[in-house]
Design a protein. Structure first.
Length: 218
């Protein structure tokens, strides 16, 4: 889903620039980097439809590429750092950064197709198709549901680290957009506990306790 960065795919067109990372050679796709820049600029200008169109083209591609992205340094917000990122991971992060108005535009443009694919995946019990919905349409209502289903499946199979990563992505989605129910919060807290992630476990448990305050229980 949108939590993970897929393996490196080389730019076969030869237009990118190579960089060494340990024993892995990464080749950047400059075209994809420009598309991300267009999407980012459109978001800054609140041109939601143009941003959605540009970024969804990245997510609709079969191939994935790595690009260099610049962002504020968590240790010093006054500075910027450059790092390598999957282009699809970066595109989903940009979409997720949009306010409610932008996310509504994204749902209007892509929600129906995502819902159809999710319905097909659930009928067939097709986990690969669920993964496609979760990655390709991560921030639609159907994509959020696909990620929750996959997180629950991984938790049930004891793959707690993968489950925790997916739950973490869900919990950091715009709360006005992704309405996380009590049961999902409980499962997320269990996943974090089993994965040894105390910070997320405590924060999620506190969030659940506040929601259950005054209720009979879960």
């Amino acid at each position: 889903g949108c939590t993970f960065q897929p393996p490196v795919t080389a730019d076969k067109g030869g237009s990118g620039s190579a960089a060494g990372l340990s024993s892995v050679k990464i080749i950047e796709d400059s075209t994809m980097r420009r598309v991300l820049k267009v999407g980012s600029d459109c978001i800054a200008d609140k041109e939601w439809n143009q941003a959605v169109e540009a970024l969804q083209k990245v997510l609709d591609k079969t191939e994935d590429y790595y690009v260099q992205v610049t962002e504020p340094d968590p240790a010093n917000p006054q500075k910027e750092i450059t790092r390598w990122s999957s282009v699809k991971f970066a595109a989903n992060n940009l979409i997720g950064s949009m306010p409610l108005e932008g996310l509504e535009a994204y749902e209007l443009a892509n929600g129906a197709q995502a819902k159809l694919l999710l319905s097909d995946a659930k009928k067939k019990g097709d986990r690969e198709l669920l993964n496609q919905v979760a990655l390709r349409y991560c921030h639609t209502k159907a994509g959020i549901e696909a990620n929750e289903i996959l997180a629950t499946l991984y938790l049930a199979r004891g793959q707690v680290f993968t489950a925790a990563l997916r739950f973490e992505k869900l919990l950091y989605t715009n709360p006005e957009w992704a309405k996380i129910n009590d049961l999902t919060l409980f499962k997320a807290a269990v996943a974090f506990r089993r994965a040894g992630d105390k910070k997320n476990e405590n924060e999620t448990w506190d969030r659940l306790a506040k929601k259950l305050d005054g209720k009979a229980g879960l």
